[in-house]
Design a protein around this ligand. Structure first.
Ligand code: KG4
Ligand code: ZN
Length: 346
């Protein structure tokens, strides 16, 4: 992707909603509810469906929707209990309404509508990626605007020019698989189960990252990504090595291939955008090797670096509440006909 030039104008000032928000996230395989007040996360409850989807080796949409139906009310109740606030104190309800599995999204949005309607408070639909993007607001020292954000999750690998809250420009992205998919598919091929990112990281701890040379996708001066080649290379490796494959070495080599390309492209984007602040968000941001390598590279280059605590990297409702907060403070709200969308631009 060809990008240039950068933002102009004064740094953005962030005003947040002044009452507690109930936020709900059900776009994929986690049922989550959180209570967020300003930048403070009062509670963040996540019920994972991973154990259920593990038997099929991936997320089954119909099963995910049914599991959300079972979990949603207990999860919301727990979020209120942990935050220790009464429903009457709530100022708004927000829910992820795009993009995601439509059946799964509908469960969260329907619950949000019912609660907002009964309490007569504003309802807001939130873009899942805007949630990831603004998950760094939970940090004690949140990033300044503008900054560059690397979003890496199971469905996305994007470099975003975050000019101001709500003003985003995708400057680099994957041309095929997402980084999380490369971890997940690689883990499946290595017999490490689902979801693969954490399993690869654990296995890689005792492996040699330079044992097997794996392709890094796309050569040249690009800030786009391609991860389909590394997946095929892991398949070939397992076929070639058979029983003699050293699994920890293969996991470490796969992690090395993915992490090094993410770090290289993020730094190139920083240079190209003439930026001095980088954030790292999304499920793959939970990868400890990626976190430490990016942090070290930023320090070396004099950039500030921010990444949320692990619980706000993988899917969670707190990030949805944080993203909702500045929009609600601006007076934005949706009607009772709020719909869900499987695909949506940031
Ligand atoms: O953001 P997320 O929870 O869901 C999506 O919006 O996709 O990201 C899930 C992805 C999965 O591919 C998972 O394998 C990956 O994040 N992931 C990790 C780690 N923890 C989760 N990848 C690498 N290392 C980890 N520690
Ligand atoms: Zn996500």
């Amino acid at each position: 992707m060809d990008v240039q030039p950068r933002y102009v104008g004064a740094p953005a000032v962030l005003t947040l909603f002044d009452r507690p928000i109930l936020a709900i996230e059900t776009s994929c395989d986690e049922t989550s509810a959180a209570i967020v007040h300003g930048r403070t996360v009062l509670s963040n409850v996540v019920a994972s469906q991973i154990a259920m989807h593990r038997k099929w080796g991936g997320v089954v949409p119909e099963a995910a929707a049914r599991a959300h139906v079972e979990a949603i009310l207990p999860v919301i109740e727990e979020a209120f209990a942990n935050a220790n606030i009464d429903k009457s104190e709530l100022g708004a309800v927000a829910a992820t309404n795009r993009p995601g599995l439509v059946g799964a999204l509908s469960v969260g949005v329907t619950a949000a509508k019912a609660i907002a309607y009964s309490l007569r408070v504003p309802l807001l639909g939130v873009h899942h990626l805007e949630g990831h993007l603004l998950s760094t607001l939970a940090l004690d020292a949140p990033p300044q605007f503008p900054h560059v954000c690397l979003i890496v999750s199971g469905g996305h690998t994007e470099l975003v020019d975050v000019q101001a809250p709500g003003k985003y420009r995708i400057v680099g992205q994957t041309r095929d698989d997402a980084a999380g998919e490369a971890f997940d598919k690689g883990a499946r091929l290595l017999g490490l189960g689902y979801p693969g990112g954490f399993a690869i990281q654990q296995e890689a701890n005792s492996g040699n990252p330079h044992r097997y040379a794996l392709p890094k996708g796309l050569s040249g001066d690009t800030i786009d990504f391609s991860f389909s080649g590394v997946k095929t290379a892991v398949l070939r490796l397992t076929e070639k090595e058979g029983a003699s494959l050293n699994v920890p070495d293969a996991a470490a080599s796969l992690q090395e291939a993915i992490v090094s390309v993410l770090v290289e492209r993020a730094l190139r984007a920083m240079d190209r955008m003439d930026s001095s602040a980088l954030t790292l968000v999304g499920g793959v941001a939970a990868n400890l090797e990626l976190r430490s390598r990016l942090a070290a590279a930023c320090m070396q280059n004099g950039y500030t670096f921010a990444t949320p605590p692990l619980e706000f990297c993988t899917d969670n409702a707190a990030m949805i509440g944080l993203a909702a907060s500045y929009r609600l403070a601006r007076g934005e709200a949706d009607g009772w006909d709020l719909d869900v969308y499987p695909n949506a631009e940031l």
